[in-house]
Design a protein around this ligand. Structure first.
Ligand SMILES: [Zn+2]
Ligand SMILES: [Zn+2]
Length: 383
């Protein structure tokens, strides 16, 4: 019998993909020598005349954005997929296989306000975003087998425009990640007679230690198998196959949960928290998807502060995913934060605390020239 087995190096199985993540909790006991830089807040105008997503502005293809007052959807002017690509096997050799693939890409503006993010919006303001996600999946799902709804937020995630927006890429094939999840969910359903993620949610509710936020309809969990330091999984409490299947109360509940969870993320390092957020629902054809459960993944790269991100290098690239801070520690950190956004606090007084308990920064620990950890920096912010 191993004492405190989860204090020891161990691998955890991602039941949703069938892949493992290697957890090294003992590394968090090492001193941290990286640099923590106070994160200067940036103020943005409500409308930016140079922004190609703001209402009334002209986009790169010379089209004029309408004066929209909630959400706005348009076909991406620089689409990765093309609608009219003919389908063909263009393999050159059994080891040089390829197919042409058709698809389409759209952009969704979440708000006309250039200075907003989902984390700064109210549940009432987020609800139209939930509706447009569902409507887009219903619309594109009539033609395309897979509709990937996602948001890349922040420079560090490669998002060049700060205007609150997301994307949809629709295609006639199921991509790698949902394809793995399909196999695992159908296998579990066949063997156990119930959806994998509903059984998983029940286990998390029983244990409680990885749940970050919840309401009558939704759960947000740092999953048992999380790879990114503060990764979360969002799912409804009942079985729902796709976003358009959510009823009105569930859509309100999702808007509420997103507001609360994303405020916690921003509060963690008192920064506009970068992430990739995306939805996985059952594919849009007549296949057997009885084991599927709608869910969203949020993959934030930050590890230690507003400027220190986790790198997926070395062992991750060559062997398998690895993390130091345990999912339980990450969930506790997020759970301990207020759900009031720090920029909405009554006097906007911000304590940019960088003295929180320090998980080790992998990849930086031997950079001797970096200054030691600063204590606490206090700033006053206004919005
Ligand atoms: Zn804008
Ligand atoms: Zn998924």
């Amino acid at each position: 019998m191993i004492p405190n087995p989860f204090d020891q190096p161990h691998r955890r199985l991602n039941a949703l993909t069938g892949e493992y993540v290697f957890v090294s909790p003992h590394r968090t006991k090492r001193p941290w020598q990286g640099r923590v830089e106070p994160n200067a807040p940036t103020s943005r105008p409500q409308h930016d005349p140079q922004c190609y997503l703001c209402p009334g502005n002209v986009r790169a293809n010379k089209e004029l954005n309408p004066n929209y007052d909630a959400t706005f959807v348009f076909t991406n002017d620089f689409s990765a997929f093309l609608d009219d690509t003919p389908s063909a096997d263009v393999s050159r050799h059994p080891l040089l296989r390829a197919q042409t693939q058709a698809g389409t890409c759209r952009v969704i503006c979440f708000s006309p306000r250039h200075d907003f993010t989902l984390a700064l919006m109210s549940a009432v303001q987020i609800r139209p975003v939930v509706d447009v996600w569902a409507d887009q999946v219903a619309d594109l799902g009539r033609k395309w087998k897979w509709v990937q709804v996602f948001e890349n937020k922040g420079d560090v995630m490669g998002c060049s425009n700060p205007h609150p927006h997301g994307q949809i890429w629709a295609s006639d094939f199921v991509p790698n990640e949902p394809a793995k999840e399909h196999i695992q969910q159908q296998k579990w359903f066949k063997e156990n007679g119930s959806p994998l993620l509903l059984d998983y949610a029940q286990a998390e509710i029983t244990q409680g230690e990885r749940i970050v936020a919840q309401n009558a309809h939704w759960l947000a969990i740092v999953p048992w198998w999380a790879v990114w330091p503060f990764e979360t999984l969002i799912q409804p409490r009942r079985q729902v196959l796709r976003l358009p299947d959510l009823n009105s109360a569930e859509r309100d509940g999702l808007a509420d949960l997103l507001r609360r969870l994303l405020a916690r993320y921003d509060n963690l390092f008192q920064t506009s928290f970068p992430y990739s957020l995306g939805w996985h629902g059952a594919p849009n054809d007549e296949g057997d998807y009885s084991g599927w459960q709608l869910h969203a993944h949020i993959y934030p790269p930050l590890l230690r502060s507003a400027t220190v991100k986790k790198f997926m290098v070395g062992y991750e690239m060559l062997a398998e995913a690895q993390r130091d801070i345990t999912p339980e520690q990450a969930a506790a950190r997020l759970r301990d934060l207020t759900e009031e956004h720090y920029l909405h606090s009554p006097n906007c007084r911000v304590t940019a605390s960088t003295s929180v308990s320090a998980p080790v920064l992998r990849g930086f620990e031997d950079v001797a020239s970096m200054s030691p950890l600063h204590a606490t920096t206090e700033k006053w912010l206004r919005i």
